[in-house]
Design a protein around this ligand. Structure first.
Ligand code: F6P
Length: 371
């Protein structure tokens, strides 16, 4: 893009929960920007928090060497810093007081002479990016999350690594469950979307898969476990999403975080469900919460490739002046959609998704009455 709007100096930030492959995107964007375009790059620390607090450092090619294989993010991240609604203190009762600090964040961007930001994050981070547009901050987004729940992209980077990690964990649990003739309830993250649990459950041969999109009936689960025991199966593996809910029931909320843009912290359903199943089936049960374990570790080869493609595409959008867009992959091809089409929205597992039918066909129970 020629003219005064041309990009010469960019910032990169990573927001929301970390996941494997973020560093691969940072490396891809930085090296492509420097080598292909001759731009200057800056790393913003801890997501939008660093933009608000003006914690911004130069990123040179050497700074992103040897990070392709490293999990987490070298820039740090935050899932509490929405510039449009930033916690600036607390009232006498301890309730957070919020303020709109977008002018402050934008002033730091403009003072450094940044021409655009590459924002690597999920739906919450994209909503923050969207909110900065009216303050003259130009953004291009890259979809990141182990939850795979961003609208308009068939996959986010970090997801395939998380699936592999979850599968490895459940593969290990099969033998101990069988040796002790137990029900093993394994909980996975994913917020309100069941992608991670569905893929991990199917790939690891879980007998029961419980996802938020399909409310479960405890009676059906109990009967299923008893029938398996009666037909000679030594164990039952249950893969359950942190956001799964019983029929007519509520999600198991671990904590509410008042100053967070996403105040509901899920997690901790597995021990409750294990106890319920043990009581009603009289079969010994144990719970394992995989939690943040699946967010850690080195990215899979596929995630390194996807992250590199995403990073490259993001620089292409910057070069052609297509701001306010999120890189996505649809039917295997890279393209982009407006950021405000994905901000604060979630992509859930559709009821007619073929993997659900395939899983049911091999005998997987989803805790509902459908066979
Ligand atoms: O969005 C990614 C995710 O790992 C969710 O699956 C999970 O509910 C949430 O982040 C956990 O967030 P935190 O790291 O703040 O506990």
């Amino acid at each position: 893009m020629a003219g005064s709007n041309a990009v010469k100096r960019i910032g990169i930030l990573t927001g929301g929960g970390d996941c494997p492959g973020i560093n691969a995107v940072i490396r891809s964007v930085t090296k492509t920007a420097i080598f292909d375009h001759g731009w200057e790059c800056f790393g913003i620390e801890d997501g939008f928090l660093g933009l608000i607090e003006n914690r911004i450092r130069p990123l040179r090619a050497g700074d992103v060497s040897n990070i392709l294989t490293r999990g987490g993010t070298i820039l740090g991240t935050s899932n509490k810093a929405n510039p449009a609604r930033f916690a600036v203190g607390a009232d006498k009762l301890g309730n957070p007081i919020f303020a709109d600090v977008r002018d402050k964040a934008a002033a730091n961007y403009h003072a450094l002479g940044l021409d655009a930001l590459v924002v690597i994050g999920g739906d919450g981070t994209m909503s923050c990016a969207d909110g900065m547009t009216s303050f003259g901050v130009r953004c291009v987004g890259v979809p990141k999350t182990i939850d795979n729940d961003l609208m308009h992209t068939h996959i986010t980077f970090g997801f395939t690594t998380a699936v592999e990690t979850g599968v490895e964990a459940i593969d290990r649990l099969h033998t101990t469950a069988a040796s002790h003739h137990r029900i093993m309830v394994v909980e996975l993250m994913g917020r309100n979307a069941g992608w991670l649990t569905l893929f991990v459950g199917l790939a690891s041969g879980a007998d029961i898969i419980l996802i938020p999109e399909i409310p479960y009936d405890l009676g059906i689960l109990c009967e299923f476990c008893k029938q398996r025991r009666a037909s000679g199966h030594s164990s039952t593996i249950v893969a359950v999403s942190e956001g799964a809910r019983p029929l007519d029931g509520k999600q198991f909320v671990q904590q509410t975080i008042a100053d967070s843009p996403d105040p509901v912290r899920l997690g901790g359903l597995a021990p409750v469900l294990a106890r319920q199943l043990e009581m009603c089936s009289q079969i010994e049960a144990r719970a394992v919460v995989l939690g943040h374990v699946v967010r850690g570790g080195t990215p899979s080869g596929m995630d390194r490739v996807l992250a590199t493609r995403f990073g490259f595409k993001a620089t292409e959008l910057l070069a052609t002046g297509e701001f306010g867009r999120l890189v996505v992959v649809q039917h295997g091809a890279l393209t982009s959609v407006p950021i405000d089409d994905v901000a604060n929205k979630q992509r859930l597992v559709p009821p007619d998704f073929d993997l659900l039918r395939a899983a049911r066909a091999v005998g997987t129970c989803f805790g509902d009455a459908v066979r």
